[in-house]
Design a protein around this ligand. Structure first.
Ligand code: IMP
Ligand code: MG
Length: 179
């Protein structure tokens, strides 16, 4: 594997994103919604740096995916989300912006629950992969179109513990078992 983003760069960028989020949401009623599972490490670091009150919820949505796998459908629970979304400024937080399909599916559902405004924050934006008109509002790093792991992100359940972000080599991208 090849290290793309070292720990110190991650810290600096998480700090920068937290400052941008504080500026954008100062005086607003902020609800943060994290997308499980790959975002948990980023989310935990980010929210500790945001010096504003917020409501927090997680959306556990997709089936695990490998290098070629298609993620499963998003499932949200409107009863849980409606009370913290209606009339509030919602920030959806995610590890990687890849095709944009997750946000494309989720953001209209949050609008339907009566959010005042929905924006998004992502740690990584993969170049040349976007397949939807959507663009994330708060962006950490632009990365090349390679499969990355570490800092909470996995390949078939592995590598989440790495404190940096690394790109896997083709030989490390073993095929996903047939299900
Ligand atoms: P979307 O295509 O923007 O909807 O993102 C799909 C999801 O696929 C991301 O949130 C990640 O969980 C996962 N994903 C996409 N690319 C990678 C990668 O390089 N490493 C690990 N997970 C990835
Ligand atoms: Mg994954």
């Amino acid at each position: 594997m090849q290290i793309l983003i070292a720990e110190e760069q991650l810290r600096e960028t998480v700090d920068r994103l937290a400052r941008q989020i504080e500026e954008a949401y100062s005086g607003r009623s902020l609800t943060i919604i994290g997308l499980l599972l790959g975002s948990v490490v980023f989310l935990a670091d980010l929210v500790r740096k945001i010096g504003l009150p917020y409501e927090l919820e997680m959306v556990s949505s997709r089936q695990p995916m490998g290098n070629s796998g298609r993620p499963g459908p998003l499932v949200i629970n409107p009863d849980v989300l409606a009370p913290i979304v209606e009339g509030r400024d919602v920030l959806v937080v995610k590890d990687i912006f890849d095709t944009g399909e997750t946000f494309w599916e989720l953001i209209p559902q949050l609008d339907d629950l009566g959010a005042a405004r929905v924006r998004s924050a992502v740690l990584l934006v993969k170049q040349g992969r976007r397949r939807t008109p959507i663009q994330p509002d708060f962006r950490g790093f632009e990365i090349p179109d390679r499969f990355v792991v570490g800092y909470g992100m996995d390949h078939l359940g592995k590598y989440r513990h790495l404190p940096y972000i690394a790109a896997l080599e083709p030989a490390e991208l073993v095929a996903e078992p047939e299900s």
